[in-house]
Design a protein. Sequence first.
Length: 256
Amino acid sequence: MSATLFVRLAPWIFTLALLVLWEAAVRVLAIPVFFLPPPTVVAGAFVEFWGAIWKNSLWTLYTTVVGFLLAIGFGLALGLAVGWSRFVYAGVYPILIGFNAVPKVAVVPILVLWFGIGTVPAVITAFLISFFPIVVNVATGLATIEPELEDVLKALGASKLDIMRKVGIPRALPYFFGSLKVAITLAFVGSVISESVASNVGIGNMMLQAQAQFQVPLVFAGLVVLAVEGIAMYAIMAWIERRMTGWAHRSGLAQG
């Protein structure tokens, strides 16, 4: 087996080893199912409740993606403004930090008062929790342009807009696409938080109902679904990063 193939198989090998260790530990230590169900029991929950799992997983994915797309648009625009203007940076950045420090679970009840339960609070929560990394990374990419480089470009007749378009934005792209990998995982957190508090559908609501009925295997099945969806979306973002910013990484490969 070549080294490259072994590396490609490594995630599957480690995942399988984790599942085997989990199963063996539960069996050997005789841990009750209501405390920690083994993987085989969780797999049984997938078979038994597949219809509900499929429906709720699609709903969670939908609200997450919509909130994430909103975060991309808003975060990119605000990040460009914060990173390029010292005035905007001084005025907006402290507000962003303070807002990001507020637990989003505390914001959900307010969203319910404004919009009711359902889709809108989940989308907005996913947006609120995921746009901050995008803003910070885009602003960082712009703010790290060397002053000497700016001076040289200005001496050559480049305007501030020219520097932003031809140097600043390309320089910020690796930061931007790298931040998407972090933001998409946070968007899932936001959706599930809202679904657990203010929704009648979604993985968060399904897990809450399963917990109330002591269906622990279904709770773990929901966790597995969230993990799979998160990994899949992360992989998509990493692929986009490699395609769009391969030039910014050594050997033409993004480290993701």
